[in-house]
Design a protein around this ligand. Structure first.
Ligand SMILES: Cc1cc2nc3c(=O)[nH]c(=O)nc-3n(C[C@H](O)[C@H](O)[C@H](O)COP(=O)(O)OP(=O)(O)OC[C@H]3O[C@@H](n4cnc5c(N)ncnc54)[C@H](O)[C@@H]3O)c2cc1C
Length: 311
């Protein structure tokens, strides 16, 4: 791993030791060995190619809205994806194709679609994070999912180059895809995995005012049910029988606190960073929740968020 060589090749835009807490919605995360922001797809490809040439593993960070980054941070290069161009093309009278670069905010794409009278992404109107992150986790809300309207994605890796994958090839399921590694003790490290460059959605024409009404209703429901504050959204996946929050609440864990991390009193599937939480605090709270729910309800809770970096 030739970090110095990569730092030189990337030039001034590469930062050593950038704290990832500045780039995650949890406000948690230690330093990246190297950190760079890619603003165009050419830059994104070039960063990945250079990392590959210098044998420095890379990690793509979108909005940082679904990750718990270790206090020790991430070894290798963290590339923050800020490639955000979006184009809309008519397929026929009814259907439009919306092609979004993977660093575009998912909610911005949803809002643009709504304002243009294109239906199918209203559920995403307040979902934080990027299009890339949304495809990786097959994000969804209120019965809608990325997979409902995704036609496919352009994927790139330094080893295999660029190719189009249709939605059926992306393995989208409940909060998963071929890009999401199964959670294990050690978390997701940087590597040389393929990266989504852009995603194309097929959206049907509908009156913009109707879409706006639907979006407003989702927004209200979200505001009523979800807490404010630093979090990564739902920590655990729902189980076959119950929402994770129901089990956590009935295990008596609402308000449970470790260090600066607390189980939200408003929604038990949210862990909130009160401002001083470390990744270790959150991890310990996660383990306590899993152990308690297992003991009380004989049910295993699986993480929805990803543990990332050097644990
Ligand atoms: C307040 C709040 C509410 C939320 N509500 C919802 C909700 O209603 N529904 C829902 O589904 N989620 C929700 N989430 C979780 C989060 O918004 C989604 O998981 C989102 O899609 C994450 O996108 P991101 O860009 O932030 O991904 P990140 O957290 O940056 O990354 C997640 C994973 O995807 C990988 N990745 C990111 N971009 C790419 C790419 N271009 N190519 C390959 N891999 C990539 C990363 O390496 C990482 O492994 C919520 C989160 C918060 C904080």
């Amino acid at each position: 791993m030739d970090l110095d060589g990569l730092r030189q090749a990337l030039g001034d835009k590469a930062i050593r030791g950038e704290l990832l807490s500045r780039h995650t919605t949890f406000g948690i995360g230690g330093p990246a060995d190297l950190f760079v922001v890619a603003r165009t797809l050419d830059e994104l490809r070039a960063c990945m190619r250079l990392a590959w040439e210098h044998q420095v593993p890379y990690f793509i960070l979108g909005g940082g809205a679904n990750v718990l980054v270790a206090d020790r941070g991430v070894r290798g290069l963290v590339i923050q994806n800020a490639c955000c161009a979006v184009e809309c093309l008519a397929e026929d009278d009814e259907m439009w194709l919306v092609k979004a670069e993977s660093g575009a905010e998912m909610k911005a794409v949803a809002r643009q679609a709504i304002s243009q009278g294109l239906a199918g992404l209203e559920w995403a109107v307040d979902v934080p994070g990027t299009v890339g992150g949304a495809v990786v986790g097959n994000a969804g809300a209120y019965g809608g999912y990325v997979s409902d309207s995704l036609r496919g994605a352009v994927v790139f890796s330094p080893a295999d180059g660029e190719s189009w994958s249709s939605t059926s090839e992306l393995g989208l399921g409940y909060r998963t895809s071929i890009f999401k590694v199964p959670p294990d003790e050690s978390g997701k490290a940087a590597g040389f995995s393929p990266v989504i460059l852009s995603a194309t959605f097929g959206l049907r024409r509908e009156e913009a005012s109707r879409l706006q009404e639907r979006a407003a209703e989702y927004r209200l429901r979200r505001a009523e049910s979800q807490p404010q504050g630093l979090s990564a959204g739902s920590v655990f996946k729902r189980t076959e029988q119950y929402p994770a929050g129901f089990l956590i609440e009935n295990a008596g864990l609402k308000g449970k606190r470790i260090g600066g991390a607390v189980v939200s009193p408003k929604h038990a599937n949210f862990i909130i960073n009160l401002g001083t939480a470390t990744a270790r605090n959150v991890r310990e709270l996660i383990e306590l929740i899993q152990e308690t729910v297992q003991r009380e309800f004989k049910t295993a809770l699986e993480l929805e968020i990803e543990l990332v970096g050097d644990w």
